[in-house]
Unconditional design. Structure first.
Lengths: 112, 112
């Protein structure tokens, strides 16, 4: 069935380093994936998305990688800044379905 | 544009009380949805709507009702509040069915 999970619930990195947040999914029929950032007391904010016909997509300081062979999704944040501290969620959607399935989230902490 | 607006931001109820969480969007989005977020868990879909007059159940619909009389508004009703409904509730919308959801800032609900 559909499920989205994260390998690590927490991640601490040094300011300026690159961060990699991982996500596993189980439904091979999922064709759309998305990452959200949620700061304390706020709603989730869109970061980047990717369709299953791609294996990489880049945004500003962020890159999403999709490996359909092992059903793995990752979010890379370059040159991590204090403002990147938040909980990051991945979510998946199956074509024709009408709901996003969210993972549990990874808390990213930036050490000065 | 204000985006997705949720009211109230905070609410305390007694067991058995009823109330309505309001959600409005000014982006002319057809798709709207309600999620709840509990500690240590991802977002779980309660109800969703693909357009005015159309609603459907999500993953955890019990104890909640919705209606969609206009494109802009998607209220969530708690019929008889229970402590298990203590949570943070997020409304979201999108113009492309269930992709790149835009979230409101949330309603924190406590049921005593």
């Amino acid at each position: 069935g559909e499920s989205v999970g994260l390998h690590l619930p927490t991640l601490s990195v040094q300011e300026g380093d690159n961060s990699i947040i991982n996500c596993a999914y189980s439904n091979s029929a999922s064709d759309y994936f998305i990452w959200y950032k949620q700061e304390s007391g706020k709603g989730p904010q869109f970061i980047i998305d990717i369709r299953s016909n791609m294996d990489k997509r880049q945004g500003q300081r962020v890159t999403v990688l999709l490996n359909k062979t092992v059903k793995h999704l990752s979010l890379q944040i370059a040159a991590t800044q204090p403002g990147d501290s938040a909980v990051y969620f991945c979510a998946e959607n199956v074509q024709g379905a009408q709901k996003l399935v969210f993972g549990q989230g990874t808390r990213l902490t930036i050490n000065p | 544009n204000a985006g997705v607006t949720q009211t109230p931001k905070f609410q305390v109820l007694k067991t058995g009380q009823s109330m309505t969480l309001q959600c409005a969007q000014d982006m002319n989005h057809e798709y709207m949805s309600w999620y709840r977020q509990d500690p240590g868990m991802g977002l779980r879909l309660i109800h969703y709507s693909v357009g005015a007059g159309i609603t459907d159940q999500g993953e955890v619909p019990n104890g909640y009702n919705v209606s969609r009389s206009t494109t802009e508004d998607f209220p969530l009703r708690l019929l008889s509040a229970a402590p298990s409904q203590t949570s943070v509730y997020f409304c979201a919308s999108t113009g492309t069915t269930n992709e790149k959801l835009f979230f409101g800032s949330g309603t924190q609900l406590s049921v005593l």
